[in-house]
Design a protein. Sequence first.
Lengths: 244, 657
Amino acid sequence: MRGDTGHPVRLRFSKRGPVRFISHRDVARAFERAFRVAEVPLAFTAGFSPHPKISFGPALAVGYESDAEYLDLECTEEVDETRWTAEVTAALPEGIAVTRVAPLADRAPSLQEEISVLAYEVVLGGIPADAVGPVVADLLGRASVEVTVSRKGEARIDDIRPSVLALHQPRPYEACVVVEVATRPRTLRVVDVVHGLRAVAGDAWPIEESRVRRTYQWIERGGARHEPLDVDRRSDARTLEACA
Amino acid sequence: MSNLWPRIESLLPRVEKPARYIGMERGSVRPEHHPGKVAWLLLYPDAYEVGLPNQGLQILYEILNERDDAVAERSYAPWVDLEAEMRAHGVPLFSVDTHRAAGDFDVLAFNLSAELVFTNLLNCVDLAGVPVRSAQRHPEHPLILAGGHCAFNPEPLADYVDAFVMGDGEEVIAEITEVIGAWKRSGRAHREQVLHDLATVPGVYVPSMYDVEYDGPRVVGVTPRYPDVPAVVDKRTVADLAEWPYPKRQLVPLVEVVHDRLNVELFRGCTRGCRFCQAGMITRPVRERPLEQVRTMVRDGLRRTGYDEVALTSLSSADFSGIDGLVGGIVEEQTATGSVSLSLPSLRVDAFTVGVASEIQRVRRTGLTFAPEAGSWRLRQVINKLVTEADLYAAVDAAFSQGWRRVKLYFLTGLPTETDVDTLGIAELATNVVDIGRRYTKGASATVSVGGFVPKPHTPFQWFGQNSVDELRRKVSLLRDALRRSPAKVRWHDPEASFAEGIASRGDRRIGAVIERVWRAGGTFQEWSEHFSLGRWLDAMAAEGLDPDWYVTRHRTEDEVLPWDHIAAGLHRDFLWQDWKAALAEHGLPDCRWTPCYDCGVCTGYALEHVVAANVPPAGGSQGTGQDLATGHSVPVQLLPAGARPRSGGTGARVAG
Ligand code: SF4
């Protein structure tokens, strides 16, 4: 829950190129420093060791690119979004760019609570483009797909099928799939989707992920999907597209 | 030219911490290479997170890239997982800035800050596709250079490094660039030619230009092979730090590294004269940065990097002559603009210092570190760490009373003349420290860190026979037993690692083959306990027919030629020998910044003076001076007038013998 004295803001950013190899934690530190360089008026927590009020959405695995990462932060005063979108991007590591900023309503629920769908584009190795379609169709046709997943260091058998919300091959000439996964009851990982495809393909194709990009994150509310920047907006303020 | 990125990129998903290899730090550059420019690859032969913060490397990176005739990039030792992938896929060592093959550079320049990284240097040279031995290299291969504190005994790497650079690199790097540039323009015909030219640059030591003579196990002489090659190579010293406000664009890494904060160098050199401390001895005299420049560097650095922590670095930051005002000023300025924390690494052991610390750490008062180094006043006089028990207890009392809860105490064991009384003295000090703490807070704790002492070249202890592994182990367990029921915790450094360090630290040219064998047996990352094994070192010594004890635990004699006698850090050999005798007689020596010069040789020999930022010494006294400095005596040193800089490496002192 947010206090009602500050000025909460939601921000979308992309992570592309070599910088995809830095961790979620590293991204958080990079933003903290960039906010200070760009002189964003950050609000701090009270207490013994104050830290800026910044909270991120679901973590992105090291090595994945993304068009759609989000974070919420709280400022002590109204900010000029266009000005600082450019300035924060300039202070961020190359490859991370703030693409849009929107003022957030007070007490809006957090990204972690609200994001329910993650979409990825996954380039596959170990399988030719024309073999992808049948494997995808096979997986979608099954009621359950059991794979060995590792959770907290322990291996266990899980049915991933219920968490695969959508799966298709966007371009017939490329060994690539677009997948949408649920974040509840727990977030289905891309590696486990790939393991599922491999389980379905049997010995025919040693499918592996070769390059992954997160393309969307969605908040579902009232039976509809929403772009996280468009729900819980503070109504009185304007939003501006940034040229990234 | 060669951009290896696509090949490296495909290996990165398989390794730990892949971001170590992507570069792109704020402050980094992608320089444009040109045949007319000398291409430097600056290497730190250890993991990225240890090497990135190295200030020396960052300073040279900036200075070189500001020149019209040079470009500089950086590289670090790839971790073992990536190394295996690189070797399996034929990917050579690369720069992190433009991912260019190391072999395409004109110079690979290594920073050597610890002896146990020597095997990593060989590994990096090999990964670059360059023969590890200098004698096997051809004109098309890069030149292999090394500098840093460990270069002051270059002999163990003499057959592997083409040229060593002694002392401060800021000025000499220009002269080296010019020599190499001229060689490139002349068509790089003979390697011998450029090496000979380099050997005539003051501060540069080219081992292949010298013959070493042995008599049995002993080195009896090191003589130049050409008349224009100096018999003794003097270190280089930057007379005035004010002219070098670097790094101006400190690198901000994308991943967590050690010392991950803005670091501003307060001063270079130290005159406290701790006899075990090589850094203090070889970086004399003291050169302080002007107060205003420090403030500007802090202000600009924070604004540019976005860091919220700044460390004012030096060998003993509380000794900076303007420390009071500086700290107050920075704290005031920075708390106005945001919450920035300030730290002074290497605190002095006295209450005044704690006062300074409490001024800067208004929040986050968790732990403070003090280094009394030895357990008794007698032994502290031997090592010239003139901290009294009263000093320590006052410092600790001040710390606990002002809200700190944890105190860390650093000690060395295996020091000259040390007896079990001294070792048990550590336990007593630690116990008393906890008792003082408990008067203020129930949660008070103390941690004792004990390191095995390794004698270092160019110090008064260079003649001392290091304690054996067994002896160090015995002392550590004595201490552990004594503290078994005490709330103070003990941590210790592996005595076996100290032994291997001892082999390399005072080794001669024959140790090179040992290092090569350790490397060939897979002994990289020897600073990391999970990769270290003394067995590899002992096997290599045996294979080379060398006696480890002769190198490590043997006391040297006055008349003995030491393998580094032809390298001069400016300290007279006579002075060092007298200081060694004074140590054995338990005589302390005052700090020559505040008391008259005792002519160690550095200032007098190189026509230098201490440069101080303010003519008022720090309150709280300076060790062993016998002066009540709190009232502010005038200082027997002068601020150097700008412009009248003496050149180093001139006539000056020579090491006798
Ligand atoms: S020459 Fe004198 S003043 Fe200079 S460092 Fe040595 S003892 Fe100190």
